[in-house]
Design a protein around this ligand. Structure first.
Ligand code: PBG
Length: 334
């Protein structure tokens, strides 16, 4: 008997899979160009874009090449860009981070001027690109990352970034209380409209490896005392809830593809948009396998993105944003 008491029908789910027209019609999730965000690296003191060897196709931009690439992203229909700075000089407190003439703040002004209202210019708010020890915060006398002293630095960075025109501050440092600290200082200084993206569930992942080349990180050791343990999903949900309580406008799960369960869990409970960051290692693994001819590159790229969408991401940070936008516009699907 069937569920409704009638005769058992001849169940044939394949009926709706027979042609691409059918598959397109019944596709439950699809990608949109506007929900892709392109992370971009901008390096101080270089005359030409510098390729990142572990991320084929990705470069450290000059201010000039940044401009061109921002225009290209806008043209492609990409929803936003997330900027990372690579300073020439690093020091213990990451002085370049809140210097109005620091590379990230200069790049932000350039990108905002170029983008206008065509896409949302966003900035990474973290110290690791700017510190000589490579940690996301400042260190105490014993060499440990000092949570509250780091918040002081984040407040100052937040003001510099909002003043430079960043519309969305991406707090990726994983310090406790960072969302509240930054929201308070923004509000107290007339930046009520600057939004906050809390990297709520950011895991201590091996997949950030290529990124460390991209920002020329000097980190020795790891970030396990502040980023989440890959074994924990409940804690990812808790971190997201805390960031939302502290005033995050959007929360992030990162990395994406190895953490789809966390993403689904956060997405099911969140009253604010949930984004996912397809990180450097996710990019490089697919690029490397494709370069060897082991997988179909375009299909793997689109499949990786639609999987993140299916798990519940409202938007995705991906180094393939511009290319994926073109594939989507051409009607390609995973
Ligand atoms: C920290 C930050 C990192 C990434 C984005 N923001 C590195 C880290 O936490 O070690 C990694 C992104 C990627 O791997 O693509 N500023």
């Amino acid at each position: 008997m069937s569920a409704f008491g009638g005769p058992v029908p001849d169940i044939r789910p394949r009926r709706t899979r027979g042609t691409e027209a059918w598959r397109r019609l019944v596709a439950q999730n699809r990608l949109h160009t506007a929900e892709l965000v392109l992370p971009m690296f901008v390096r101080e003191g270089v005359r030409e874009p510098v390729p990142i060897s572990s991320m084929p196709g990705v470069v450290q931009h000059t201010l000039d090449s940044l401009k061109v690439a921002v225009a290209e992203a806008a043209q492609a229909g990409v929803g936003g860009v997330m900027l990372f700075g690579v300073p020439e000089h690093k020091d213990a407190i990451g002085s370049g981070a809140d210097d109005p003439d620091g590379i990230l703040n200069v790049a932000t002004r350039v990108a905002v001027a170029e983008a206008g209202d065509a896409l949302v210019v966003q900035t990474d708010l973290c110290l690791d690109e700017f510190t000589d020890h490579g940690h996301c915060g400042v260190l105490d006398g014993a060499g440990r990352v000092d949570n509250d002293a780091s918040l002081e630095r984040y407040r100052s960075m937040a003001l510099a970034q909002a003043s430079a025109g960043s519309a969305l501050l991406g707090l990726s440092g994983m310090m406790d209380g960072q969302v509240r600290a930054v929201r308070d200082v923004l509000d107290a200084n007339g930046h009520q409209n600057a939004a906050i993206l809390g990297y709520a569930a950011k895991y201590a992942s091996a997949l950030y490896g290529p990124f460390r080349e991209a920002v020329q990180s000097s980190l020795e050791g790891d970030r396990r005392t502040y980023q989440l343990d890959p074994a924990n999903s409940r804690e990812g949900a808790r971190e997201a809830a805390i960031d939302i309580d502290e005033g995050a406008d959007i929360v992030m799960v990162k990395p994406a593809s190895l953490y789809l369960d966390v993403l689904a869990r956060v997405a099911a409970a969140s009253p604010v948009p949930v984004w996912a960051y397809q990180v450097s290692g996710e990019y490089s693994m697919i690029e490397a396998a494709a370069a060897n001819g082991w997988i179909d590159r375009e299909r793997a790229v689109l499949e990786s993105l639609v999987a993140i969408r299916r798990a519940g991401a409202d938007a995705i940070l991906t180094y393939w944003a511009v290319e994926a936008a073109r594939l989507i516009r051409e009607g390609n699907r995973a």
